[in-house]
Design a protein around this ligand. Structure first.
Ligand code: 5GP
Length: 218
């Protein structure tokens, strides 16, 4: 099996981070790419687990050094996926789950055409607004900025291959799992398929030949 990146995007508060976390708990075939960000850690966030928290200077240095597979400015902060994180997870034979915004998704799709893209939709505008407001760590200005990014994200939904409505968390997790399972079986991803089918064809052709020649003889 060839592991591939799986990108989850959604407006802030759409639930993609929670879905990613549960999938990681449930499946051994997926690993998480820990992103870098210049935003301050929220309570209970741990450096190296939730994000690598960098200063803006460090981030810019690393971007100049070509360390990022993608990077973007999201509501005033820089975010980026390290090449080394993707390589680390794929190197373990795991699909790499990335919880990134639409700008980052475009760059990853370009660099890794085998990526699978999933857009997580909130079930309604009211639910989305409620989830956004619940993030009490934000100032009113930050809330407006998040609302504007949410609009930008929603407008990009057509760039994604799959859409999962997050009205029920368990169902949404199962849906993303089902997408993964189906993608693993997609014809282009099955390695050695041509050889496998050719062997089957040869075997059947030999059998047809055998029957045809024994009919001629009798
Ligand atoms: P938050 O600050 O709430 O954790 O994340 C804000 C937004 O940044 C979310 O839409 C999230 O998906 C996005 N994000 C997180 N990590 C990355 C990353 O590495 N690259 C990009 N492009 N976006 C990211």
């Amino acid at each position: 099996m060839n592991p591939f990146p799986i990108i989850l995007s959604s407006p802030s508060g759409g639930g993609k981070t929670t879905i990613a976390r549960h999938l990681l708990e449930r499946r051994r075939d997926v690993g998480y790419s820990v992103s870098c960000t210049t935003r301050a850690p929220r309570p209970r966030e741990v450096d190296g687990r939730d994000y690598y928290f960098l200063t803006r200077d460090d981030f810019v240095q690393r971007r100049l050094a070509g360390d990022f597979a993608e990077s973007a400015e999201v509501h005033g902060n820089l975010y980026g996926t390290l090449q080394s994180e993707i390589a680390r997870v794929l190197g373990k034979g795991q699909h790499v789950i990335m919880d990134i915004d639409v700008q980052g998704a475009r760059q990853i799709r370009e660099a890794f055409p085998s990526s699978v893209t999933v857009f997580v939709l909130p079930p309604s505008g009211e639910v989305l607004l409620e989830r956004l407001r619940k993030r009490k760590t934000e100032s009113p200005q930050q809330l407006v900025s998040r609302l504007n990014s949410a609009l930008q994200e929603l407008r990009a939904v057509e760039e994604y291959e799959y859409v999962v409505v997050n009205d029920d968390l368990d169902h949404a997790i199962q849906s993303v799992g089902a997408i993964l399972d189906a993608e693993v079986l997609s014809r282009e991803r099955v390695s050695g398929l041509r050889q496998q089918v050719e062997q089957l064809i040869h075997r059947l052709e030999a059998e047809v030949d055998h029957h045809s020649s024994s009919r001629v003889e009798s």
